[in-house]
Design a protein around this ligand. Structure first.
Ligand code: FES
Ligand SMILES: [Fe+2]
Length: 362
């Protein structure tokens, strides 16, 4: 694999080379180099509401395939552990369950406490140096933002650092009162590389060309992008009369008719805040040219669901899918290698490409 280079000066820079999106080597390497060092959205704390409950999760099935296990012990302390038995590697817990005092391996009966500490193993009386530290279940870094749970294998940065700017900017919203709306949540399969999906999301440049109806409710001229170390924000102001946030005087956006906050967190999480609530999009790589996009909906104010920039999610998604799938077909051409950026409209995409190059070259 050739090292990736994206110039820090967007006026001089070229985009990532097309091999990054088409060659299986880059795809495979990104599981370790990018995704094992990033934070992953796990789900809602509601899924782990009871003490003595277990919640198994596979990080990015079909790509990372890392089996992890969230537990809530009898003191209501949450732990994030490896879900692999330290004896001969059996998968410990296959389904969410409650009323569990211990974690018990079904293969040969090894038992662990809910904090991952080795507790008992049958037929091991003569084994030397046993049990040792290696017999406990490894703990993984995890964190929460109000009701949202996250975990990582070996994070390059702490969760608080990664989420800092977003948490501050929308601190006026009572996220803990937002209600999950599974009936409005859905998955989309996109026949394109995960990074093409993200970089499309990261520029509003295509809105007037691809999203006619979205363009009718937001003000394209004032559409802006703010870059942070691990994330970025696209701020869409509502066109006159369209629904906007009721911002408190302490907000840096006070006085502006903000129709949507589009936050992206490297590499694959999108947090779209609308006056009605939150749409979380998780971009899951499945193959060099196959991606699953999961939309998770949280409602804050049901009465505003059908207004403003946030009313068109399904339509906008299908428009994005169609163009991103076309790009996947185009980018594998023998006659295309890379392109250039608009310094005015593509700073978010340039920032994303810089982060990819940084992680991939380590
Ligand atoms: S693999 Fe778990 S007890 Fe043997
Ligand atoms: Fe789009």
């Amino acid at each position: 694999m050739t090292p990736l280079f994206v110039d820090a000066d967007i006026r001089k820079a070229s985009t990532l080379p097309s091999e990054f999106y088409t060659h299986p080597d880059y795809f495979k390497a990104s599981a370790e180099k990018i995704f094992s060092k990033s934070w992953h959205f796990i789900g809602d704390t509601d899924e782990l509401r009871l003490s003595n409950s277990l919640l198994p999760v596979t990080l990015l099935p079909g790509f990372m395939d890392e089996p992890i296990l969230f537990t809530r012990d009898k003191e209501d302390v949450i732990h994030c552990l490896s879900n692999v038995c330290t004896h001969r590697g059996n998968l410990l817990v296959e389904h969410p369950c409650s009323e569990q005092q211990q974690i018990r391996c079904r293969y040969h009966g090894r038992r662990f406490d809910l904090n991952g500490k080795f507790r008992h193993m049958p037929e091991f009386e003569d084994v030397e140096n046993f049990p040792s530290e290696k017999d406990h279940l490894p703990s993984l870094p995890w964190g929460r933002w109000e009701r949202l749970l996250f975990a990582s294998i070996k994070p390059a940065s702490g969760l608080d650092d990664v989420f800092k700017e977003m948490k501050e900017r929308v601190s006026f919203l009572p996220l803990r009162e937002f209600k999950p709306a599974p009936s409005r949540s859905r998955d989309y399969l996109v026949k394109a590389n995960w990074a093409l999906y993200c970089e499309n999301y990261l520029e509003g440049f295509h809105i007037p060309f691809i999203h006619q109806s979205l363009n009718n409710v937001i003000d394209y001229n004032s559409y802006s992008t703010e870059l942070y170390p691990h994330s970025s924000l696209q701020l869409a102001l509502a066109k006159g009369g369209e629904d906007a946030f009721d911002l408190p005087p302490g907000s840096p956006d006070y006085g502006k008719p903000v129709g949507a906050y589009y936050f992206w967190v490297f590499p694959n999480m999108m947090f779209n805040f609308y006056p009605w609530g939150l749409s979380i999009n998780i971009i899951k790589p499945m193959g060099p040219s196959l991606t699953k996009v999961s939309f998770l909906t949280y409602i804050h104010d049901e009465s505003r669901l059908d207004s403003g920039a946030g009313q068109l999610l399904d339509k906008v998604e299908r428009e994005d899918e169609a163009v991103v799938e076309n790009v996947q077909k185009g980018i594998q051409s023998r006659l295309y290698h890379q392109g250039r950026y608009s310094p005015k409209r593509e700073t978010g995409t340039h920032h994303f490409h810089r982060l990819i190059a940084h992680y991939m070259n380590q």
